[in-house]
Design a protein around this ligand. Structure first.
Ligand SMILES: [Ca+2]
Ligand SMILES: [Ca+2]
Ligand SMILES: [Ca+2]
Ligand SMILES: [Ca+2]
Length: 343
């Protein structure tokens, strides 16, 4: 049982909380923002301690062996031309648009995923997302998320997000977990645009928010201590009942990355969403769906047949939408990443 100790520091009647004995036995300074000031008789404020979140389980270092890894297009190479080099297939819920809406004259390296990698240990599932770079302020001010499809039907089931991670120690700050309780993510045809568009409620059930929830240790995030462009998310495997087969993918974005509107390719039309590819002039540029990126789905615990919705493409033709059909493809494990070549 944790013990709270209050210490009277001076005669000014200011109470400061000194220490909290955690499960580990390590004294922890309780942040000032956890305390609120309440009026008392005589007008002298006293510090009232807010409920504290005690953590019993914290993720550790990443396991040595990864479960899977996929690359993603690097949009910086074509950013000056206000377009992505490939990888933006709205119809298939694949996005490559780390740019501002319409003018596409601002490229956001902290929203451009280059690689996503999955790890797992006995207790935790980890998603590691490597971005192209930081903001000009040398921060990662975006939202970074993982999406889990546990029954392999293409429709996501869980969504775990961190907003603007700033620490290199594991933290629950800004981390939330949402569940698709009525199973409508993916709409009538998973990982493919519904026609007509469907109006579901996406990920509607909040399970965890910055340590608030039935399990205050459910999900965590940090910036990699070794690389300021890498975000690491960790979620308890118990959340998915230690399921050993699932598909998982990474997201990065800003306001348009709204889990209540997933799948985004169902709640917008292609005309509304636009595209970042100049090869699709009917839809170019990006419009109502901008400043976001995702990577394709990594299969975990099973050998994919190749037909699983959202699976990373293994053949160049599935990945390329170049009008000229001139492109280069770079092998990445058993996947290929393709880039259109300018005429
Ligand atoms: Ca992408
Ligand atoms: Ca990218
Ligand atoms: Ca759909
Ligand atoms: Ca839903």
């Amino acid at each position: 049982m944790a013990k709270l100790t209050k210490v009277l520091l001076s005669s000014s009647s200011v109470l400061m909380l000194a220490a909290l004995a955690c499960g580990s036995g390590t004294p922890t300074q309780i942040p000032v923002e956890n305390a609120t000031t309440a009026p008392v008789a005589g007008g002298t404020p006293a510090i009232v301690q807010a409920p504290l979140t005690q953590h019993e389980m914290t993720p550790g270092e990443l396991p040595a062996d990864k479960l899977g890894s996929v690359g993603d297009q690097d949009s910086s190479i074509t950013a000056a031309k206000k377009r992505a080099p490939g990888g933006d297939r709205f119809t298939f819920n694949r996005f490559e648009r780390p740019f501002n809406s319409v003018s596409m004259d601002t490229y956001f390296p902290y929203l451009d995923i280059l690689e996503s990698t999955v790890y797992q240990d006995d207790l935790w599932l980890y998603m590691v997302v490597r971005m192209k770079g930081q903001s000009q302020q040398e921060t990662l001010p975006g939202k970074y998320a993982l999406e889990l499809d546990t029954n392999l039907d293409g429709g996501g089931d869980w969504y775990v997000e961190v907003n603007a991670p700033s620490k290199t120690e594991w933290s629950v700050d800004g981390v939330r977990v949402l569940f698709d309780d009525n199973d409508d993510v993916g709409g009538t045809l998973s990982m493919h645009t519904d026609d007509p568009a469907t109006t579901g409620n996406g990920y509607e059930k909040s399970v965890f928010d910055s340590g608030q929830g039935d399990d205050p240790d459910l999900a965590w995030a940090r910036i990699s201590p070794a690389d300021p462009t890498v975000v690491q998310l960790a979620v308890k495997r118990a959340m998915i009942d230690n399921d050993t087969t699932f598909m998982i993918n990474a997201w990065a974005g800003a306001d348009d990355m709204d889990p209540a509107r997933f799948d985004l390719s169902d709640s917008y039309t292609h005309e509304q969403a636009g595209t970042s590819l100049t090869e699709l002039p009917i839809y170019y540029p990006i419009k109502e769906v901008s400043e976001l990126d995702n990577a394709c789905r990594i299969p975990v615990g099973f050998q994919p047949t190749g037909n699983e919705p959202g699976l990373c493409p293994t053949k160049p033709a599935e990945n390329v939408a170049c009008a000229s059909e001139q492109y280069i493809c770079i092998p990445f494990g058993n996947q290929v990443i393709c880039y259109c070549i300018d005429n």
